[in-house]
Ligand binder design. Structure first.
Ligand code: PNS
Length: 170
């Protein structure tokens, strides 16, 4: 974006990233092309369920996958996203949209975050080829023996394979 607003903005792209997918990377690349600084922020305790990957593993995978973007950094946060965004003086939250139902959920989050911290949320549509790709589906397919290599970066595939080996050895 060539206007002054985006050039001054530090964007936060929050998520569980358990694990990061090609859809996440697509949104990160789009955000990195718009905003001067993008922080990919891993939530410490995802609300949905016990994560497959530890916080350190999720951050390591993201660092290795986003290394090509000099303006992307990786961080983590606990508690409310609105408080984290304020604490690091960021200007905007970025969220990815795949399908219309994503928007229905995200709209309430965006209003709540703006109400709590006066920070706006901008939505970026991931490529349509990722419209059905989610971390939870990737985990389910992988843990049932399916091929997920099309949907995650090679680094993530390696971490997934190591995780499966570790589980088999238990
Ligand atoms: O990748 P996810 O699991 O869809 O990411 C969800 C996330 C981390 C963005 C959301 O759960 C979140 O913001 N959690 C922090 C707690 C919080 O602020 N909750 C109120 C949201 S309005």
């Amino acid at each position: 974006m060539r206007n002054g607003v985006a050039q001054q903005s530090h964007a936060i792209y929050p998520g569980s990233f358990d694990p990061p997918t090609n859809g996440h990377l697509d949104v990160i690349a789009r955000a990195a092309a718009i905003f001067p600084v993008v922080t990919v922020a891993v939530v410490v305790n995802p609300q949905k369920r016990e994560p497959l990957f530890t916080l350190d593993e999720r951050e390591e995978m993201l660092l290795r996958c986003t290394g090509l973007h000099p303006n992307v950094r990786v961080d983590h946060f606990r508690g409310l996203l609105a408080d984290y965004v304020t604490s690091i003086d960021a200007h905007v939250i970025v969220k990815g949209l795949r399908v219309v139902s994503d928007f229905e959920n995200e709209m309430a989050f965006a209003h709540m975050n703006r109400s709590l911290s006066n920070v706006d949320t901008m939505f970026l549509m991931s490529d349509s080829s990722y419209s059905f790709v989610s971390s939870s589906l990737i985990k389910e397919v992988f843990l049932q023996g399916g091929d997920i290599s099309k949907y995650v970066p090679d680094v993530v595939l390696e971490y997934m394979q190591q995780k499966r080996l570790a589980q088999v050895r238990k």
